[in-house]
Design a protein around this ligand. Structure first.
Ligand code: ZN
Length: 301
């Protein structure tokens, strides 16, 4: 058996000499300084000033979130390993203009062939119920993501969801149920004075590849409250670069968002791509960084 007794500074009272003991075998703590001791629930009660029932609920929630995040991390890792084995997935990425291997690795892009995730995860000891509640398998017990390029969605230090883009035509987009997180890879741009906001992950990938580091993605034109809050965290300029589609829905969404941001004293400029284009198709059809920069300069509030 490994080491199970630990000692450190007590988080419950101020001290300079360690007198706080934790036994991870028995899951108990005791402080020789302040005399407090007990199990994990007792510790949460004391450290977060909660009742027994509150501490119990809190512990359950923390544990569920940690389990779900570990599970999604495992799933994403498995999909990432599959990418190199599937020429059709790599062909799809290259058709969408994504070819930088370093970026593909950095974003942990993977491929869900379908039919093998459940076996892989249950062999690792994950319970069927957990796979079901995470939405990784459907009600029939089959893998939910099937023939899809997969982007894990990180939020703070966890993976909170997976985005799957079908390499066939039908049902193009898919997320797992639940929270999609904030703006994509927010920690990379949160201190930038100018931010380019796009609606899709393939838009994000080609812009990163073209050398634009100050890009983030809202996974659609409708921002959740966390994403909107992030944009309003600091004074800066946001370049809204949504699709220029025939039904104008992207441009309409950009206009509304610019107005909402303006009301929060955030400067927003709308980038007008050539008709029928999104940032991804702009680059795939031969547009380059220089041309895109001209579009940014021409962007109107
Ligand atoms: Zn103490």
């Amino acid at each position: 058996m490994g080491r199970c007794e630990w000692v450190g500074l007590c988080p419950l009272h101020e001290e300079t000499q360690p007198s706080f003991y934790v036994n991870t075998h028995k899951d108990v703590f005791y402080c020789h300084g302040c005399g407090q001791g007990g199990d994990l629930i007792r510790f949460i009660q004391l450290s977060r000033r909660m009742s027994f029932r509150q501490a119990l609920a809190c512990l359950g929630r923390d544990q569920q979130e940690a389990d779900a995040s570990a599970l999604l991390r495992q799933a994403a890792h498995f999909y990432q390993q599959q990418l190199d084995r599937c020429p059709e997935a790599k062909q799809y990425l290259s058709r969408r203009g994504v070819h930088d291997q370093v970026l593909i690795g950095e974003l942990h892009i993977g491929y869900a062939a379908g039919g093998s995730l459940r076996r892989h995860l249950t062999a690792q000891g994950y319970a069927f119920d957990l796979l079901r509640s995470a939405g990784l398998i459907n009600i029939q017990g089959a893998d939910a993501l099937y023939q899809r390029v997969v982007f894990p969605l990180p939020y703070r230090d966890s993976i909170v969801n997976l985005y799957g883009r079908s390499i066939g035509a039908t049902f193009a987009h898919r997320f797992l149920p639940g929270f999609k997180g904030g703006l994509y890879a927010w920690e990379k741009v949160q201190h930038a004075e100018e931010i380019i906001l796009v609606e899709g992950l393939f838009d994000y990938a080609v812009l990163r590849q073209a050398g634009f580091s100050n890009v983030t993605c809202s996974l659609g034109t409708h921002l959740n409250s966390e994403q909107f809050r992030q944009l309003c965290e600091a004074r800066r300029t946001i370049y809204l670069c949504f699709d220029t589609d025939a039904n104008r829905s992207g441009q309409l969404a950009a206009k509304q968002l610019a107005e909402r941001l303006g009301a929060h004293h955030i400067r927003a400029c709308r980038v007008l791509l050539p008709a029928g284009h999104d940032p991804n198709s702009f680059f795939v059809s031969g547009g380059d960084a220089h041309q895109f920069r001209s579009l940014l300069e021409a962007a109107q509030p």
